[in-house]
Write a protein of this length. Structure first.
Length: 117
């Protein structure tokens, strides 16, 4: 099972690396999953994520206090809203757009109820 967790961790590190280059993909959420998987397979790799000078602090803040920074909240809610508007504008089925909007609303409420600092 250790190898499975290690593979999951590396897949999410790869997605996080892609996220550093593509503004539409987040980085920290992928690193959160990678750190979680590495905690079950390689404590050394988890420590590397937590000690990273740029991405370590937000990962630690989430793990220790459930903190989502104000910039991350604003970006996530803006991206979700844009996605719903784009879906509507493209003429996707009404039910799909409503479901997407409902899920995005729940995620936005969750984000807004997390501490910012």
């Amino acid at each position: 099972m250790r190898r499975v967790w290690l593979a999951v961790g590396w897949v999410f590190v790869l997605l996080a690396i892609i996220g550093t280059a593509l503004p539409i993909m987040p980085t920290v959420p992928f690193l959160l999953v990678a750190a979680w998987a590495f905690a079950r397979s390689s404590p050394r790799l988890k420590r590397r994520i937590l000690r990273h000078p740029r991405y370590g602090p937000p990962v630690r803040a989430w793990q220790e206090r459930g903190v989502v920074g104000p910039w991350a909240k604003a970006w996530a809610i803006s991206a979700m809203s844009s996605g719903v508007v784009l879906s509507w504008w493209l003429g996707l089925p009404k039910g799909a757009v409503i479901a997407q909007a409902g899920i995005c609303l729940l995620v936005a409420v969750f984000l807004l109820t997390r501490p910012s600092r």
